[in-house]
Design a protein around this ligand. Structure first.
Ligand code: FDA
Length: 305
């Protein structure tokens, strides 16, 4: 219930303006977001890499509604990739991108064209792009765009969401040599017709998908903070005889940092998803929806301001 209320609030631009201007919420955002600009992303990425982690950088922005806005997002990523290369932070840093920010909602051909430019800049910088997964209405389009991009940029990664009923099938399609797949639970409010609703069903689906990816010949990227699923992933890696270079763990910046350090110290590749940008409100609200304890903290702080 609380989760759906917070997810609904994540889409409210009025509430967004109110929360974004508040110093308490800005302070809370700093725990999960590198900062407003590219320079902040570079600084935090360098610290994470120095700590033995790897990084995927994401520019936070709203869904775009016209070509000019989408072009600005493309340019932001091309600049980011150039700066990452110049700072010596590639290949340890890759980038994650939402196709809706490149225009997918109003022109998927344009989104493809712009994503292709970002992939070309990533190749030039010696790194790769992963296409974030958004709500289920975009999944077919995103996987089609991924297939097109992988022709020239085979290292382009996909994200599959275990809560979607279709995802086991998508895992089978993508568990092939050279394919990079981030498996996560899924962060959007989805209807029962397309998505498992109970946490237990989502977890069971996650494990089935993990089995498919770990037993396949692609590169699984296990994106979860869930201790039980992390332990199962470690077990499956041993079972399917994967070396530490043949899969990786991923977690969000600011979440379970001790666990990130533990996994890295044990020899695992651990990639931190590092968002930056001025439009952090929707991102922060999705994180709060996952952690009601943090949401209560923000609510109390705002109420006493
Ligand atoms: P979940 O939030 O279900 O928590 C399970 C258990 O883990 C908790 O009960 C608790 O025990 C423990 N736990 C979780 N967080 C903790 C914390 N901070 N401290 C202590 N314990 C904690 N989604 C999407 O739809 N599209 C996408 O492209 C992505 N991309 C993405 C990248 C990366 C790197 C990550 C880690 C996640 C995503 N996600 C995503 C988000 C994902 O779908 C999901 O919503 C969140 O990761 C929350 O699910 P978890 O599996 O982390 O555990």
């Amino acid at each position: 219930m609380l989760r759906s209320v917070i997810l609904a609030a994540a889409g409210s631009s009025r509430l967004g303006r109110l929360v974004s201007g508040n110093s308490v919420s800005k302070g809370l955002a700093a725990r999960f977001v590198a900062g407003d600009g590219v320079e902040d992303a570079l600084t935090v990425a360098r610290t994470l890499i120095d700590d033995g982690l790897t990084v995927t950088c994401q520019h936070l922005g709203a869904e775009t509604t016209n070509a000019e806005q989408a072009r600005a997002v493309r340019d932001e990523y091309v600049t980011l990739l150039g700066r990452l290369k110049g700072a010596g932070l590639t290949p340890a840093t890759e980038v994650s991108i939402k196709l809706s920010a490149l225009g997918q909602r109003f022109d998927d051909k344009l989104a493809y064209e712009y994503a292709e430019s970002v992939c070309a800049a990533a190749t030039e910088a010696g790194t790769a792009v992963t296409l974030d997964a958004e709500d289920h209405t975009t999944t077919d389009s995103t996987l089609e765009i991924l297939a097109g991009l992988r022709k020239d940029h085979p290292e382009t990664g996909a994200v599959l969401q275990a809560y979607l009923r279709r995802t086991e099938g998508d895992c089978r399609e993508l568990a092939a040599a050279g394919s990079r797949v981030r498996l996560c639970k899924g962060a959007y409010a989805e209807p029962e017709s397309v998505a498992y609703q109970s946490a237990l069903d989502v977890d069971k689906s996650f494990v089935r998908c993990l089995n498919i990816l770990m037993s396949g010949s692609g590169y699984p990227m296990v994106a979860t903070h869930d201790p039980r699923l992390i332990a199962i992933a470690e077990d499956r890696a041993r079972w399917f005889d994967r070396s530490a270079e043949e899969y990786e763990f991923q977690m969000l910046y600011g979440m379970r940092t001790e666990e990130q350090a533990r996994l890295a110290a044990a020899g695992n590749v651990v990639r931190v998803y590092l968002p930056y940008g001025e439009q952090w409100y929707g991102y922060l609200m999705r994180r709060l929806a996952e952690r009601p304890a943090t949401a209560a903290l923000l609510g109390r702080a705002l109420a006493t301001k």
